[in-house]
Write a protein that binds this ligand. Sequence first.
Ligand code: MLT
Length: 267
Amino acid sequence: MLREAYIEIAGRRLRYLYAGSGWPLVLLHAFPLSADLWRPQLERVPRGWQFLAPDLRGFGPGSSGSGIGSLDDMAADVPAFLDALEIDRAAIGGLSMGGYITMALYRAAPERFTAMLLANTKATADSPEGRAARDQMVALVNREGPSAVANQMLPKLLGATSHGARPHLEPLVRRLIEGNTAGGIAAAIQAIRDRPDSMATLERAAVPALVITGDEDAIIPVSESEAMHGVMPRSQLVVLPSAGHLSSLEVPEDFSEALGTFLRANL
Ligand code: MLT
């Protein structure tokens, strides 16, 4: 059964969702969403596992959106979260921004990982054009609020198949985006914009890793997943058909099956 709980870390109240019991897997959500992105996976936890999905700093219901800092600061909340739950090591991963944070965390605290999940994400840093586009989005959200970000991002967040055949997804994703504050979204865009290249981090990632994406991802091309898989010593690559950038939400059964197979085979 999926549950919601709150825990105090570093003087802040953090909301998380969890389900199952056993070996821990921490799931970090994409920008600009919340832990609720992972509900489909939390409803399909394999036997012997506990899945834990925290809201990232500045995101989720009740968050003021303040104190985001850098992706390294956001990553530092994960060991604090594990400590508060008395968990030493866990499989840790995320989708898109959640993946960027996973790589930042591996740089800082590799000893906390038993395995890594990198979904619809990339290890490369932003190009100058990409950084300029981030600045425009900061101006947009400061001017017009989270709905304007939803309007701009939704066409690309979901893949072509979802836009045509899964009409329930667009309002759901819009609701998650609009549940966040303009200040939190703006600060997270700046943190994402300033992230470093993580290829060298992945080259020395000694844990089993699942690199997973969708063949209709219009935000991060499949070639980025191939590049990560190409440098990681112990990775496996899965490209899900008919799935876009939010593959875990768009094809939840296929995503969860690939994840379960990976966890069973490697841990
Ligand atoms: C995300 O889904 O987390 C963002 O689209 C990541 C990004 O814009 O780089």
